[in-house]
Design a protein around this ligand. Structure first.
Ligand code: SAM
Length: 245
């Protein structure tokens, strides 16, 4: 996948996109990420990318020209899917990450300061928010999206399996995980995980995944597609939780 990020702070991406799994994915050519500093495309002598808002008011607004010129020059008409980072956009989710992972090219526009000129919206196929809070710029949201999307590209994660069982992948939270040691400060690993019985382990994990979702995020469970076995497990969980109280 080719990703182009349009930003005035390319240095904000250096750590997160040059470390660990993202670094390996880039080195192995699974994801190509290019930062484009749209300040370089500002037509004014002083390379101003922002100006005060028409009609008055606080803060500075990103001007349209640098963003339009940068996209036109770097993408040469092949825009791919253009995402605009804004707290007013559609809320980013695992579902959206899965859809975006199927794209060949993503172009991400990061705003900054008080926001961007309304005409910049015309460039975007989709406006995306990472949550109902306001950050100083679109760079951190862009990193969040690039990371979540890249790990779904085949080959990026060492074991294909690991994304499939993640929280939110199938609409549920992930089951609890344990590793060595078997005992730590009086807390022990559930016996079933040491049993070697794959069917029992699978069932336990599914049940605990359902339990977590039911107790922490019942809203997700309402929307999840449950099979017959899941319904039986949910009934068992409700029974167990009732007797616990
Ligand atoms: C300070 S914010 C501007 C917010 C703007 N005044 C508004 O109320 O919509 C500056 C930039 O950060 C980015 N940004 C801030 N919060 C975001 C969020 N939750 N999701 C995506 N982008 C965000 C956007 O690119 C935005 O243009």
């Amino acid at each position: 996948m080719d990703i182009f990020v349009f930003t005035i702070f390319p240095e904000m991406f250096e750590g997160p996109l040059n470390t660990s799994i993202m670094q390996k994915a880039r080195e192995r050519g699974l994801v190509s990420i290019q930062m484009v500093d749209y300040r370089l495309y500002a037509p004014s002598k002083h390379k101003n990318v922002d100006d005060s808002p028409y009609g008055g008011g606080a803060g500075m607004v990103i001007k349209p020209e640098p963003v339009y010129y940068a996209l036109e020059d770097r993408l040469q008409g092949d825009y791919g899917k253009v995402l605009l980072m804004t707290p007013q956009g559609e809320k980013f989710s695992q579902e959206m990450a899965k859809e975006l992972a199927g794209e060949e090219r993503l172009s991400i526009i990061c705003g900054h300061y008080e926001g961007f000129d309304e005409r910049i919206r015309k460039l975007a196929h989709q406006e995306v928010s990472i949550g109902d809070y306001v950050l100083t710029g679109g760079e951190i949201p862009a990193v969040v999206i690039i990371d979540a999307v890249s790990r779904l590209i085949p080959g990026v994660l060492g074991e294909e399996e690991s994304a499939r069982f993640d929280s939110h992948y199938d609409g549920l939270l992930e089951h609890p995980q344990y590793t060595r040691p078997r005992e730590f400060r009086g807390m022990s690993v559930p016996d079933v995980l040491l049993s070697g019985n794959h069917e029992e382990i699978r069932r336990w994990r599914r049940k605990e995944s359902l339990r977590r979702t039911l107790l922490r995020r019942p809203d997700l469970l309402d929307r999840a597609k449950l099979c017959r076995e899941d319904e039986v497990l949910v009934a068992e969980i409700l029974n167990e939780e009732r007797t616990e109280k």
